[in-house]
Design a protein around this ligand. Structure first.
Ligand SMILES: Cc1cc2nc3c(=O)[nH]c(=O)nc-3n(C[C@H](O)[C@H](O)[C@H](O)COP(=O)(O)O)c2cc1C
Length: 359
């Protein structure tokens, strides 16, 4: 029995297998509105056989976009543009999910292929880039303003409103982006959060905004549908000689608190909050963080990062290091990876009728 191809049920939702298209920005929306690119890109991966297709980090407010080309879920036009995409994904047998995000101090930056640096307001960027503290990510990124207390307190409702729009647009799973150095993670790490109020300082204060955001979003999202949270389990601060970064022990405790708020799965990534760290890249390099959180907290986890081989994915699930695998770049290279994986593992692939003669 293949674990990779075993259905995965959470609440009232069942994924046909445990292969998840990891959220991937396409930097190709206009004013946050997605288009044919997203439809074909996401649709192809649903046809390709993944169980869940998570659409890219989509901003909950305009200034929370990473680049001017980021998708959004902060107005009705954006909802209308997503609707045919979610319908298509579902018709192809996959579940449509979406990642809700705020870029924080990494907002108003250019598409990676244009250099990934600050975009000035004259060039289509914006000046109100916000963060827990006025600390820039790097020399080439915007100088953020420290959020006011009122701005912080308004944030959970922005996420909750985006969740309602996600449901209206036809999404069946949402993931909150609290990883990779974007706003929610910036609050977690003492290296990016140096506030003196109740949202900074102690561990409880630094996780407060994320917990409030989860609670508000969970209340706005239908009870029969899952809510996931992506975290960076470590800043990798120790690789540049810093000993006060966010690390796995804090991630374990955070995951406990998220479990108590009815979060259904922790998607365990790492890094992104510090610009010069040295990440020890290797196949499955983030899997141990997933395994640790799953074991210590007893919550479902997703493993991500350099998972590319069917047997590798199958083995980590068999070893109970995660409940599903999220894959990004390998699924860009090969949207039909799930079919090839089924073949490699001796499993009958689930195929759209239109493609039956190919397999
Ligand atoms: C083009 C591209 C866009 C990405 N956009 C996002 C994103 O929107 N949200 C996110 O959490 N991670 C994003 N990531 C990270 C991936 O989801 C994934 O965590 C990372 O690429 C490691 O997985 P992989 O080795 O399978 O590629 C992106 C990665 C790529 C390659």
């Amino acid at each position: 029995m293949s674990r990779l191809f075993e259905p995965f049920t959470q609440r009232g939702l069942t994924l046909r297998n445990r292969i998840v298209v990891s959220p991937m920005c396409q930097y190709s929306a206009v004013d946050g509105v997605v288009n044919d690119w997203h439809r074909v890109h996401l649709g192809a991966r649903a046809i390709g056989g993944a169980g869940l297709v998570i659409a890219e980090a989509s901003a909950i407010e305009a200034r929370g976009r990473i680049s001017p080309g980021d998708a959004g879920l902060y107005n009705d036009e954006q909802v209308a543009a997503w609707a045919p995409i979610t319908r298509f994904i579902r018709e192809a047998g996959a579940v449509p999910g979406i990642q809700l995000a705020h870029a924080g101090r990494k907002a108003s930056t250019s598409q990676p292929w244009l250099g990934n640096a600050r975009v000035a307001p004259e060039a289509g960027g914006w000046s109100d880039v916000i963060a827990p503290s006025a600390i820039a990510f790097s020399d080439t990124y915007p100088q953020p303003q420290a959020m006011t207390l009122a701005e912080i307190q308004a944030l959970p409702k922005l996420f909750a409103d985006a969740a309602k729009r996600a449901f209206e647009a036809g999404f069946e799973l949402i993931e909150l982006h609290a990883a990779h150095g974007y706003l929610l993670q910036e609050f977690l790490s003492p290296l990016s959060n140096q506030r003196g109020d109740e949202y900074g300082g102690s561990f409880d204060n630094r996780i407060r905004l994320l917990l409030e955001t989860v609670a508000a979003t969970r209340a706005a999202w239908p009870p029969h549908l899952p809510l996931w949270v992506r975290i960076s389990a470590t800043d990798w601060a120790e690789t540049v000689g810093l000993d006060n970064g966010w690390e796995i022990e804090q991630s374990v405790e955070l995951a406990r608190r998220l479990k108590a708020l009815d979060v259904d799965l922790i998607d365990v990534s790492t890094g992104g909050n510090l610009s010069r760290v040295k990440i020890p890249l290797a196949p499955g390099y983030q899997v141990p963080f997933s395994a640790r959180i799953r074991r210590d907290v007893g919550i479902a986890t997703g493993a991500v990062g350099l998972i590319t081989e069917p047997r590798q994915a199958e083995a980590l699930l068999q070893a109970e290091e995660a409940d599903c695998v999220l894959m990004a770049r390998e699924l860009l290279r090969d949207p039909y990876w799930p079919y090839h994986a089924a073949k490699a593992l001796g499993v009958e692939p689930s195929t759209p009728n239109q493609y039956l003669r190919a397999w």
